[in-house]
Design a protein around this ligand. Structure first.
Ligand code: GLC
Length: 625
């Protein structure tokens, strides 16, 4: 198999690649592209392949040539594990995704790029040669990829109150994602988390609309100044709308509020993202006053598309259309309801064959109009043209060197430091002296990349353990302490004695994602963590608690026994950023993005609701000197 001609050519996606792909299509995969064919100008052929024409014209030209099945294929997104490149060609599938943790083997950037290019070659082998678009959840870095830089989850980025930093995080993430060929991230989540019992609280930048709205700037980082620019990827504002406002924080539950409150609390971040030109919007699994968002024509078409003027495309969530009638699987009625509500592309990971047949049947039965099908295709194809996929469909492997790069890790370390929120510091026990000190570190989260990264890391749910290269918080402490300082560690605190001058307990939550993280039955530290802290306290040494968690926890009862408390959130791979704050290399500047409850009985508790919290939204201490 000859090397793909695009692999060694410069540019985001080599200009001759579309020509090469077309020739590959005609000569069969792998045939070398004759040198004479590798010219910079596109092949003569249908108008939509002429990059000199306006996108609008190219879309209309292409649409006029497409069959119904080709149009339905563009509206179909299948999961990589349930579709082959040959399926993509045969069924004209327009998009492939990786669900959380769905990776090639080996899970390397090169293998991702090979996988992506394989699907892309298959898409270009269709009669219209429409490139496919590949989506992943790069929600805190290219987090499915081992070796990628893992940034703090959104709750930590919200604590930084630093939009410029957040934009840079988006840009760095885009570079690492694009390095693997992938052109679309299902991020940012612009949810406004109102009840911290919700398992996706950490995916929220904050509990009040202005914070997620401000942090929608990450869209600029992902999409760059031009969608066809180097390393630009399509962003997704999700999950539209009200996912963070469900009763009891029940994931995929029911948001029971007035339209005025929905508009006041949950809509502004989407308005901000639309103004930034976000390319796609993902629909929420949740309901509004009992009606599933996946079937909500008023909110999706009338509000999002017409009132807010969203001109990108709307994608469903994972089998989201199945939930419209509350029964497993999807029916023809649900397919028609979802498409007529305004969903343009359906994420149907496994059952995509039946979806294609069902939608065809609904169009032929007159339940879905060709006007709606064409509108969906216009939206999808416009983004594919704007991304430059027709001219540069393959991976630019020059970006591979950005994956897990020192530059990106330094940025992540800075984001970690800026996200730390100092909540208590009795007697100025912090910052720790770097020299001539004796520090005892304990806690199951102290030396564990998996725990400090949280969910959506390498696997969907995340997991404890040495799951990807990085620096644990303990390693960061050891790297920052001077040679005259002793740093000892035991997971449960055993071995500490009164000779130490400070004890650092790094405790909190084990990784989780989505509904697996819902906590309807309490939000306190578990018995193991509490025992570790007590063991340290019994020594008489001042105790500094560092909470690694996806949300505020119910710690008011224990707090009086702690000398200091730092909310570390889910920092990701660059744990040294935590040490930077503990030793005062960086002063703590983080501010709470969520009100911190005095008791779980207060949930939901948010700014301005009249309840008395332990720490209010926006609270955060710093060092006097
Ligand atoms: C999940 C999530 C969504 C994610 C999608 C694809 O269920 O709700 O945030 O983008 O499926 O993994």
């Amino acid at each position: 198999m000859s090397r793909s001609p695009s692999r060694s050519l410069p540019g985001r996606r080599a200009k001759t690649a579309v020509l090469a792909a077309a020739l590959l299509a005609f000569t069969g995969a792998g045939a070398a592209v004759p040198a004479a064919a590798q010219t910079a100008r596109p092949a003569t052929g249908p108008g939509y392949l002429d990059a000199r024409r306006p996108v609008r014209d190219r879309v209309e030209d292409l649409l006029s040539r497409m069959t119904l099945d080709e149009k339905i294929g563009q509206m179909t997104q299948a999961e990589r594990g349930s579709v082959t490149p040959d399926d993509v060609t045969r069924h004209r599938i327009g998009s492939v995704l990786s669900g959380g943790g769905s990776t090639p083997t080996p899970n390397t950037a090169e293998a991702w790029a090979d996988m992506y290019d394989g699907f892309q070659r298959a898409a270009l082998a269709t009669p219209r040669r429409i490139p496919m678009i590949y989506g992943v959840d790069a929600v805190h870095g290219h987090n499915n990829l081992v070796g990628a830089t893992i940034f703090p989850h959104n709750i930590g980025l919200g604590a930084t109150r630093d939009p410029d930093l957040v934009r840079d995080v988006g840009r760095a993430t885009a570079e690492e994602v694009a390095a693997t060929g992938v052109d679309w991230t299902f991020a940012p989540c612009l949810c406004v988390a109102r009840d911290d019992r919700w398992g996706r609280t950490y995916e929220s930048f904050g509990e009040v609309p202005e914070l997620p709205a401000a942090m929608s700037v990450i869209v600029d980082g992902f999409q760059g100044r031009r969608l066809d620019g180097p390393a630009s990827i399509l962003a997704t504002a999700k999950h539209y709308v009200g996912d963070g406002g469900t009763a009891g924080g029940d994931d995929q539950g029911d948001t029971r509020i007035s339209e005025a409150e929905l508009r006041r609390i949950h809509l502004p971040p989407f308005r901000a993202a639309v103004r930034r030109g976000v390319g796609s919007v993902m629909i929420s699994f949740s309901s509004w006053n009992g009606v599933k968002l996946h079937g909500h024509r008023y909110l999706v078409t009338d509000v999002l598309k017409k009132e807010l003027g969203f001109d990108g495309f709307v994608v469903s969530d994972w089998n989201g259309i199945d939930q419209i009638d509350g029964q497993p699987g999807f029916t023809p009625q649900e397919v028609a309801t979802a498409i007529n509500a305004g969903i343009d592309m359906v994420m149907v990971p496994q059952d995509w064959r039946r979806f294609i047949d069902t939608l065809r049947g609904e169009v032929q039965a007159g339940h879905v109009s060709m006007a709606r099908i064409d509108d969906a295709n216009r939206r999808i194809l416009t983004k594919k043209f704007e991304l430059g996929l027709f001219e540069r469909p393959f991976t630019d492997r020059r970006l591979l060197r950005t994956v897990g790069s020192d530059r990106h890790r330094a940025l992540a370390r800075r984001a970690v430091a800026e996200s730390q929120v100092l909540l208590k510091n009795d007697g100025g026990v912090l910052p720790l002296a770097r020299n001539n000190n004796k520090i005892f570190v304990a806690g199951r989260a102290a030396d564990d990349i998996g725990i400090q990264s949280g969910g959506w890391t390498i696997t969907w749910q995340g997991s404890p353990g040495n799951i990807t290269p990085g620096t644990t918080i303990l390693q960061g402490i050891r790297q920052t302490a001077g040679p005259s300082t002793t740093v000892d560690y035991s997971r449960d605190g055993s071995g500490i004695d009164g000779s130490y001058r400070a004890a650092v307990a790094v405790v909190g939550e084990l990784p989780y994602a989505e509904g697996e993280g819902d906590r309807p039955d309490g939000m306190g530290l578990d018995a193991g963590d509490l025992a570790t802290i007590e063991r340290l306290r019994a020594s008489g040494v001042p105790v500094i608690v560092v909470l690694v968690s996806g949300r505020p926890l119910d710690v008011a009862a224990q707090l009086p026994g702690w000398n200091a408390l730092v909310a570390s959130w889910l920092p990701g791979t660059e744990g040294r950023g935590v040490a930077d704050v503990l030793f005062g290399v960086t002063r703590p500047t983080g501010k709470l993005p969520m009100t911190w409850m005095r008791s779980v009985d207060q949930q939901p508790i948010n700014r301005g609701d009249g309840k008395k919290p332990l720490f209010p939204y926006g609270y955060g201490l710093t060092y006097r000197r």
